[in-house]
Design a protein around this ligand. Structure first.
Ligand code: SF4
Ligand code: SF4
Length: 478
């Protein structure tokens, strides 16, 4: 008789392991100062730039509706997309270069996730206290003090988040008008949505997700290893010097270490407690390490208090640690082929962009043929074509533009072309008609004939300035 089929035993496999909450301890030191310098510099730029006026308008404004980007005197149109491409290339190669030289410098010091987490942690420390106090507060029962401290923290977080959302939208909508609309309760649906969306993203990422963004959401953590090699400076624990680890009295000076069979690491775990991602750098380089150098500051403080030499945790290369190289020997290996290639590409693209911006014409033009009537015969047998020209002032000054044509003998405007005076950043459509006399039309075969529009800038004293040549065609009907 057949045995009944057994049901396979059900087993639950968790693809996400809940992590214990991390309570980073405050840290002081050289790298902490640098991190705060970068917090102030980046945030002064972010919060301050939209309020800066330049020649009577917002100095930096990405006006998507008008399809124009204003950056001080520069006015960029969709035709200037090449500059955005160059900027992306420069950013990418700068990231590759810094990573190849010194690991995750961007992550540890300038990434918005790091910067806002630092600001939110500062608020947390001033409302709930440092690591120990925060752990105790979270364990404590709800009462007036806990309620007050938590409410103060969340109120401050929300204020920073909303101001950040408002500032972000202020790069795309004139910020003074946006401020007036916010105060007057006249915000549009899209503006409200983006302010709240960006505010919520800041509140969630810097207040709650924190290291989870770096560990699970940021793709850079995954592919950075492709840019590392054995000569990349990374945050390293010097195992040879630090192990065997163990607690000891502060009275036990460096000379007594060998006899006690101990390395320099006093196993105080300060380096773990200050780590924003909660890892132990003594276990070796891990992908969770964002290179913030907080553990260097913490460990240097401990080394000072024990009168040991600093640098048990330090920036070092794998070759440097393995072969016991000095700092100078490691720095000599910085100029290796991949660093030189990244530097060369970065310099070439940056120089090309600067040269292109410096020699860029202050105006642009787009030619559109009138598709409804490509060519027609008018009075006295003249053949006429109609064009629509978009003249764009790509500068912060008023411009006087004069039109002319070339490429076909006797081709002329049907009526004398006007001098177009464009206000700063103005884009204007003008319609022009060109014609050739019947005798020239008879010489030209039916079809499209190449010709050019020549748009020249005219100075106030009438002197001709730079000329933009735009190709088009003149059509002779069958
Ligand atoms: S801070 Fe320095 S001494 Fe303390 S556990 Fe970390 S490596 Fe060891
Ligand atoms: S291990 Fe050190 S450098 Fe890496 S994230 Fe933690 S504190 Fe920052």
């Amino acid at each position: 008789m057949d045995k009944p089929l057994q049901e396979p035993a059900l087993q639950t496999v968790s693809l996400y392991v809940a992590q214990p909450k991390i309570y980073p301890r405050a840290v002081h030191g050289w790298f902490a100062v640098w991190r705060w310098v970068l917090v102030f510099a980046t945030q002064a730029l972010f919060y301050g730039l939209p309020w800066w006026n330049w020649n009577g308008r917002q100095a930096v404004l990405f006006d998507l509706e008008a399809r124009r980007f204003f950056i001080f005197d520069l006015v960029l149109y969709p035709q200037d997309l090449v500059y955005l491409t160059a900027l992306l290339l420069i950013s990418a190669y700068a990231l590759f270069l810094f990573t190849a030289v010194a690991g995750r410098l961007w992550c540890g010091f300038a990434c918005p996730q790091t910067v806002y987490t630092e600001i939110f942690l500062w608020i947390e420390r001033h409302t709930e206290g440092d690591r120990g106090a925060r752990i105790q507060l979270d364990r404590a029962r709800w009462g007036p003090e806990k309620l007050l401290r938590k409410s103060a923290k969340h109120a401050a977080w929300l204020a920073v988040s909303l101001w950040t959302g408002f500032t972000f939208v202020g790069f795309f909508t004139p910020i003074r008008e946006l401020g007036g609309a916010t105060v007057g309760g006249l915000l549009g649906a899209w503006e409200s949505f983006w302010i709240l969306f960006y505010a919520l993203a800041t509140y969630g990422n810097a207040g709650f997700l924190r290291e989870q963004v770096c560990k699970y959401m940021c793709p850079y953590a995954r592919f950075q290893s492709a840019m590392f090699d054995k000569d990349t400076l990374v945050i390293s624990y010097d195992t040879a010097r630090g192990d065997p680890r163990g607690p000891r009295s502060k009275k036990q000076g460096p000379a007594a270490l060998q006899s006690a069979g101990l390395g320099s690491c006093v196993d105080c775990k300060q380096c773990v407690q200050v780590c924003p991602t909660g890892i132990d750098i003594r276990e070796g380089l891990q992908y969770e390490c964002i290179g913030c150098a907080a553990c260097i500051d913490a460990c240097n403080g401990v080394m000072d208090s024990f009168h040991y030499e600093r640098g048990l945790i330090r920036y070092a290369t794998q070759n440097g640690i393995d072969k016991g190289w000095s700092a100078a020997q490691q720095w000599r290996r910085v100029l290796r082929p991949r660093v030189l290639v990244y530097t060369a590409i970065l310099l070439v693209v940056s120089a090309a962009m600067v040269w292109s911006l410096a020699t860029r014409l202050p105006f642009r033009a787009d030619i559109v043929r009138d598709r409804a009537a490509l060519a027609r015969q008018v009075d006295d047998g003249y053949i006429e074509n109609v064009y629509r020209l978009q003249l764009m002032n790509a500068s912060g000054n008023a411009l006087r533009l004069q039109l002319a044509v070339s490429g076909i003998d006797t081709l002329a405007f049907s009526s004398p072309p006007a001098l177009h005076v464009l206000a700063p950043a103005e884009a204007r459509w003008v319609t022009v008609a060109l014609r050739v006399p019947p005798e020239m039309a008879a010489q030209l075969s039916p079809g499209a004939h190449p010709m050019q529009f020549r748009i020249s800038q005219v100075a106030l004293d009438g002197q001709p300035g730079p000329v933009l040549v735009e190709k088009s065609t003149f059509v002779i009907p069958r």
